[in-house]
Design a protein around this ligand. Structure first.
Ligand code: FE2
Ligand code: FE2
Length: 447
């Protein structure tokens, strides 16, 4: 892996994972960045402000996974679909009611559905809490990824409305960070354009002028959409390359090895925030992965790559509903199919970054088994890379020793014994041995 990589390329690629968890059509964050940046330029922002705006637009949904579980509990529904539709709700009571009626208890029969609707309406006040979790967590992770206070503020204020009707703080007009005012308008234009076409999208923007949206931002946005070729460019297959090439600032920012680690750790937090049962999973898999790698005498550079692969192996879970991730019972065939899809999602997201080729391979193959009975491809023995075997061993060990919705945590010694009975069929014995040695060494040290 080269020592440095363009920050915009990295964030642009990872923004596709945020589209998944926000329930949006692929490319939503990239299109929003394109639209919002054009608005910023029309408003005459300087290069430094445009730079912060650009990353606010790409990362606006960083906190999206954090409220997924709470949303499922409150509305008894599928969080990714609910979120997609929630972005289109116009804030009026009939519209909000329609949203609740459409989704509440959408997986139950008529009586259960009725009960869920009544409960969801009672819990309406929790909408503020949902938004608060999302905004605060998003802003926090942006700071962890070394973005400026301005980027964090833009993400924090995303759901505030110009007329004060937004959440979580009910800020008004100029109290809302300008990047957030632009991001809200840009995201709405994209969401409505994707669903209903450009005329309807413009009409929605006009309708919310002075209510949700800053009139100054609306006027600039409408002028931008009048520019020749605007809509064609928005739909162009190479839009991502155009957006990445247009990164504002005097020079492109390169992420060195340490910065790459910070970004990867930030995204691991986004992944783990999706479910209380997987909280800390990516971190712990990374910890066990490094233990195995050290024990096997791999170089520090190799350990670093493996650690990143472990931190991001489940990034595709952002596309799986929190209701399924947290189900306290056996998954039905349809749910199981969605769950299994996370490995392919991980591979697709990570392979957008050429320097992450090895991470993409691990992400796609971490549920394969040596006997060919794994998924998604049914790879066998030597078809599974050594890096993948290491992360897969750490992954299963963490899953067994961590608490899950359907069972308590299993003690380490029992987990290792369980893995030994299936080693050779499922796990690479070399990796299981290394893990066992590393764990007993750590125990001796602690004693
Ligand atoms: Fe997984
Ligand atoms: Fe995992």
């Amino acid at each position: 892996m080269p020592a440095i990589i363009r920050l915009a390329e990295l964030i642009g690629a990872l923004s596709h994972a945020l589209d998944l968890t926000g329930g949006q059509d692929p490319g939503h964050c990239i299109r929003t960045a394109h639209i919002g940046s054009a608005v910023g330029r029309r408003l005459g922002l300087g290069e430094a402000e445009l730079h912060d705006l650009y990353y606010t637009l790409m990362l606006k949904d960083l906190g999206c996974s954090a409220n997924a579980m709470r949303m499922c509990e409150l509305f008894d529904t599928d969080d990714t679909r609910f979120k997609r539709d929630f972005k289109r709700v116009d804030g009026s009571l009939p519209s909000l009611l329609g949203q609740v009626l459409r989704h509440a208890g959408s997986r139950r029969g008529p009586l259960g559905r009725f009960r869920a609707i009544v409960a969801a309406l009672r819990r309406g006040r929790h909408a503020r809490e949902l938004v608060e979790i999302r905004c605060q967590r998003g802003a926090e992770i942006a700071r962890q990824m070394r973005f400026s206070q301005a980027v964090a503020a833009g993400i924090r204020d995303l759901d505030e409305h110009y007329d004060g009707s937004g959440r979580p703080a009910g800020l008004k007009a100029g109290e809302i960070h300008l990047s957030a005012r632009i991001a809200l308008a840009a995201q709405l234009l994209d969401v409505f354009n994707t669903r209903d076409g450009c005329d309807a999208a413009r009409a929605e923007i006009v309708r919310r002028r002075g209510q949700w949206l800053d009139p100054k931002v609306v006027d600039a946005l409408l002028a931008v959409t009048d520019e020749p070729g605007f809509w064609d460019k928005l739909a162009a297959p190479d839009l991502e390359a155009i957006v990445l090439a247009a990164e504002p600032g005097q020079k492109v920012i390169l992420a060195d090895e340490d910065y790459l680690d910070d970004i990867v750790e930030g995204f691991a937090r986004v992944i783990d925030a999706k479910s209380p049962y997987t909280a800390g999973h990516s971190d712990r898999v990374a910890e066990f992965t490094v233990k195995i790698a050290e024990e096997l005498g791999l170089s520090e550079a190799e350990q670093r790559v493996l650690r990143r692969a472990a931190l991001l192996h489940d990034i595709g879970k952002l596309g799986v509903s929190a209701r399924i991730l947290n189900k306290p019972a056996k998954l039905d065939p349809e749910e199981w199919q969605e769950m299994r899809g996370h490995a392919a999602h991980s591979e697709r997201i990570l392979s957008r970054i050429p320097a992450f080729a090895e991470l993409a391979e691990v992400g796609g193959a971490h549920h394969e088994r040596l006997d060919g009975k794994g998924y998604p491809r049914g790879l066998k023995g030597g078809e599974i890379s050594f890096a993948t075997r290491i992360v897969a061993t750490a992954d299963v060990f963490e899953a067994l020793t961590g608490e899950r919705p359907y069972r308590a945590a299993i003690p380490a010694a029992t987990a290792l014994a369980m893995m030994r009975t299936s080693q050779g069929d499922h796990h690479d014995p070399v990796c299981v041995d290394a893990l066992e040695r590393a764990l007993s060494r750590a125990e001796l040290k602690a004693a």
